[in-house]
Design a protein around this ligand. Structure first.
Ligand code: NI
Ligand code: MN
Length: 208
């Protein structure tokens, strides 16, 4: 079974396999550079949120209501979403959740997490997905930290989605090291050029 991965801008991805889809960090309406997409064309069963910051939780509540998808996130983020009236599954680091086309395991990210109302968002996560025989790592907003070696040791990663914009996350140079530590077969850059403060020169990206 093939796995189709669409980058929707920033750290947002739509992953489809066997006619079912999931969304990760769907920051769409607030993103000046997001991809225009009609979510009604997809059967979205689950939304995954790496942490509570507005450029990750994004349109999660509205899209969960529109599609009926379940929101999977760290306990504090899941509680916040549940209070807004959507289906949720709260997890924490080390937890694993099943969804119709695969599984997702929660690891730590070296980052902070606060909700749009300023309340505590719990720990920031990075996510290992197993979908139709492929292993995909979404690193969230992490900086370079040694857990990436552990994750690389425990999983045979086909594709790592890594932030490269710097300032709030890893930059390109650190992402090169992360790629080695993760032993990822392929990497795809995210979390850059959305705002001026995370601009990355296209030439520099070739280093990855
Ligand atoms: Ni963040
Ligand atoms: Mn971010």
């Amino acid at each position: 079974m093939t796995v189709d991965i669409k980058h929707l801008g920033h750290s947002a991805f739509l992953i489809t396999s066997n006619k079912k889809s999931i969304l990760i960090d769907p920051f769409i309406s607030g993103n000046p550079k997001s991809e225009n997409i009609n979510f009604d064309d997809y059967h979205i069963t689950d939304i995954f949120v790496t942490h509570a910051h507005s450029d990750h939780i994004g349109d999660t509540i509205d899209l969960a209501k529109q599609t009926g998808a379940k929101v999977n996130a760290v306990f504090e983020v899941a509680n916040y979403c549940a209070q807004k009236g959507v289906k949720t599954q709260g997890l924490n680091i080390g937890g694993k959740v099943n969804f119709p086309i695969g599984t997702c395991k929660f690891y730590q990210a070296a980052h902070s997490s606060s909700l749009p109302d300023g309340s505590y968002g719990g720990i920031a996560a990075s996510l290992i997905f197993e979908i139709s025989g492929k292993t995909i790592y979404h690193a969230g907003d992490t900086g370079l930290f040694s857990d990436l070696k552990m994750i690389g040791e425990l999983h045979s990663i086909d594709l790592a989605l890594l932030p490269v914009g710097g300032t709030f996350t890893m930059d390109v140079a650190d992402a090169r090291i992360a790629k080695l530590w993760l032993r990822a077969k392929k990497v795809f850059p995210m979390h850059y050029n959305t705002f001026d403060v995370i601009n990355v020169n296209k030439e520099k990206l070739k280093d990855l």
